[in-house]
Design a protein around this ligand. Sequence first.
Ligand code: SAM
Length: 270
Amino acid sequence: MGPSHPQNSDRPLVDPEALAHVFDALGGGVVDVKPRLLFTECERRFPDPIPLHLFLPPSGIGSITLIEAAVMTALVNLIQPRGIFEFGTFLGYSTALFLRNSPASSPVCSIDLGAAANALDLASGLVEADVRQDAQKNDDFLRSRQGVLGPTYLRNLPPHEAGRLTLLQGDSRALDVSARNLRGRFGLVFVDGGHDEETVRSDTEKAYELIDGDGLILWHDFRSAIHGDVTTYLDKLSSHILVVSVTNTLLAFTAVGNTRTRLISRAAPR
Ligand SMILES: C[S@@+](CC[C@H](N)C(=O)[O-])C[C@H]1O[C@@H](n2cnc3c(N)ncnc32)[C@H](O)[C@@H]1O
C-alpha cells in the first residue's frame, strides 16, 4: 500500500452492515470499506453465488490484482451497468474482465494510445528499478509496452464478446465525448489511463460526461506508492464528493444519481 494520508487516518472502516448508510452519512470525504462489504452485499442480493471469469493476472507491472478483479466484478453485479467505459486498455486484462463479467447487453469501450505510442520512443533507456519508483517513467514504460504488445488479452475473443467491444485509439485527453456520441451511454467508467494529475483530472471530467448524471466512476491507483498524483487529485475531489476507497486494493469509487441508489439498495436489482 502507498503512504498513509492524515485526513483519512482517523476514519473507521465502514461496518459491513452499513453500506446503505455510507453515501447518506457524508457529503464528501474519503471512506474506507473492506472488499468483504461488497461481497456481503452480493450475497444478500443474489440467490446464487456469483462466478468470477478471469485470466491469471499478468506478472508484470501495470494491471490489476486478483482481489481488485473480484471487487470490480462485485461492483458490476451490484450496479448492472448499461455500458462500461475504460481509460487505459494496456494489455486488455481489465477490459477482458469487464467483458466476461458484465451483462450480455452491456457494451464495453476502452481507449489507449495504441500504435501512436511507438513513435514516442518512450521506453528507451528505462531501467526496471526506475520504472518501479518514478511515476513519469512508470507511465512511459506502460505506454511503450502497450504500443509494442497490443491488447494481448483481447485476442481470440468469442464472437458474443467481440461484438460488444469497441477499442478506441488516441490520447484520452483529446477525446470528444459528444462528437463520438458517447455521452450518457455508460453506467460504469474505469479511470486507469495516464496517472499524472492533468490526465486523471481530464479523464475524470470526461467520465462525468460519459455517465451523464447516472453511473459509477472507479479509479485505480488511489494511494499507490508510485502514482501519488491520483491520490492528490482524489483527495481534492473528495472535498465535495464522497470517495469510497476499498482497502487492500488501489481502487476507489464514487456513485452518482440512480446508480447511487442501486448500490445501496436492499432490494435485488433483477
Ligand atoms: C495502468 S495501464 C492500464 C491497465 C489496464 N486497465 C489493466 O488493468 O489491465 C495504463 C494505460 O494507460 C495508457 N495511457 C496513458 N496515458 C494515456 C493517454 N493520454 N491516453 C490514452 N491512454 C493513455 C497507457 O498507454 C497504458 O496502457
